[in-house]
Write a protein that binds this ligand. Structure first.
Ligand code: 9YT
Length: 130
């Protein structure tokens, strides 16, 4: 059994910030934990826009606080996000994530992240084979 707290993650090697400065992610479960998914507590900072395109991953996100919106680039469709909203990128949708206030998001990735991934210029995480 694995039990971890947010306090354990903060300041640890599992505490990862975006190169762009738009988010911080406390990665509580990673590939090496053997669960088949990774599990993150992410904060998207107020007033920021992040380009995201998980070409190699599926991600589900549950917002537990804050407000913002997600714009699907291909369609222009905008989804409002607030606490209690879940979205799942089951079509690898390229999107902009905009935070109007700090948004705290619980995120699950399949395949699991290995730990150090940050978005490249297209918003992509590489698929890391170990
Ligand atoms: C919602 C989202 O994808 N935010 C970017 C960071 C990501 N959750 C991560 O790497 O933990």
């Amino acid at each position: 059994m694995i039990v971890r707290t947010l306090e354990d993650m903060i300041g640890s090697e599992n505490d990862i910030s975006a190169k762009t400065g738009t988010w911080v992610s406390r990665r509580m479960l990673l590939k090496k934990d053997g669960m088949g998914f990774s599990f993150h507590d992410t904060t998207i900072f107020a007033g920021t826009t992040t380009l995201i395109w998980y070409k190699n991953h599926l991600e589900a996100v549950y917002c537990v606080s804050g407000e913002g919106e997600l714009e699907v680039i291909e369609t222009g469709k905008i989804f409002k996000i607030r606490d209690g909203t879940m979205y799942a990128l089951n079509g690898h949708e390229k999107h902009y994530l905009r935070a109007f206030s700090d948004m705290r998001m619980v995120c699950v990735f399949n395949p699991p992240l290995t730990g150090k991934e940050v978005h490249d210029k297209d918003g992509v995480y590489p698929l890391v084979e170990e």
